[in-house]
Design a protein around this ligand. Sequence first.
Ligand code: GDP
Length: 455
Amino acid sequence: MSVHTEDTIVALATAQGIAAIAVIRLSGEDSIRITQQCFRGKDLEAQASHTLHFGTMVDDGRTIDEVLVAVFRAPNSFTKENAVEISCHGSPFIVKEIIKTLLKHGARLAEPGEFTKRAFFHGRFDLAQAEAVADLIHAETDNARQAALNQMRGGFSKEIDHLREELIHFASLIELELDFGEEDVEFAQRDDLRKLILKIQTVLRALIDSFDQGNVIKNGVPTVIAGKPNAGKSTLLNTLLNEDKAIVSDIPGTTRDAIEDEIILGGINFRFIDTAGLRDTSDVIEAIGVERTKERMKKASLIIYLFDLANTTLEEIETQRKELITLGIPFISVGNKLDKAEPSLLSKLQDHDFTFISASDKTNVGVLKEKLLARVQVKEVKTGDVMVTNLRHYQNLLQTYDALARVLDGMSGGITGDFLAMDIRQALHYLGEITGTITTDDLLDNIFSKFCIGK
Ligand code: GDP
């Protein structure tokens, strides 16, 4: 495995930029010794774990800053290694100088996610829990925070491990049959195996189905505002954003794409995608039917389609709605410019499930927000709820489910034990990858490289 735990690693653990304080973190056998060589104050190597010490960081006799040093001794640290946290003044220059000095004395810069990777290798938590640490840091809503916290505390992992244990029991019985070769023995009762697989599939199905909600909770709802030029799209976007603009932090190394416009309604993050064009007044060729608009709409899970009530006939509205339906993406029909609409048009649209608003006057924007929320229908996440929020876990659960379906098919077709064993082993493999019982370098690199440096 590509983890060099003999090295002592160092990184800034707090955000880049000027702040009141910054925390520099070290982990590894020599972290206390290396810090001591750059520190004037008490002898850190003689100090107990979980103690805090005031002193100065020095480089060749030159004082860099006054600091507080926290000492953690293996195995009682996040990584289970010797570890140090240096709180200094939050100047990027000071941080750089302190890290440079530590490097000079034998530390090396940490790779992204290397602290968490070490914690994983030393058994502090499993892979799903390590991923939850990243999710927790990136949580932007209370639901996302609670879902990540539940996963970090291992509820999901326990469920997966439990399923695996049950399957392993059967797998070993079937493998035993194979050892007997020609003799026609069946240690693993096929009926019991079938029952077990059906039971496991029921649990898997519930987890797989929970991803619909879990994904919305973790990643929000990609939403597009569409409609013909001058329908009022950018006016609506501004009205929505001015009222509920989400406060998002731009954390380097996040796995998310560039931060888009977002609003949080009822604990759900609605992410308005491709809104740059809406602000660009030169973008006048926007209309349904235009390829680019269609491309934008295809990226969405939900479309807010605006009809300009002041300038659109009933026939045009019906044509556009038909085109929208063919896209197959859920949409909300919104009639804008209610203040200028003909009453006759409004009455004809009454039974078309329209939301009438005036984006510039903010009339009925609250009703539109309620419609948005009603479309998503997410329950509040409670402590201990087990749900899948991670695409990787979701895919592995699907693969496990399919492998088990093959076992069931195989048994109905009277397939021999060696083929059954193969599919059961596959199911175990996919399940094991979720919590990291089974790992490969590629899998780990893929997961941890998405973490920030210092995490
Ligand atoms: P877009 O091209 O779809 O982004 O449309 P804009 O948001 O730029 O709006 C086009 C024009 O319609 C602007 O002059 C807006 O002020 C106006 N507008 C937007 N919403 C309303 C509304 O509810 N009522 C009225 N009367 N005008 C509106």
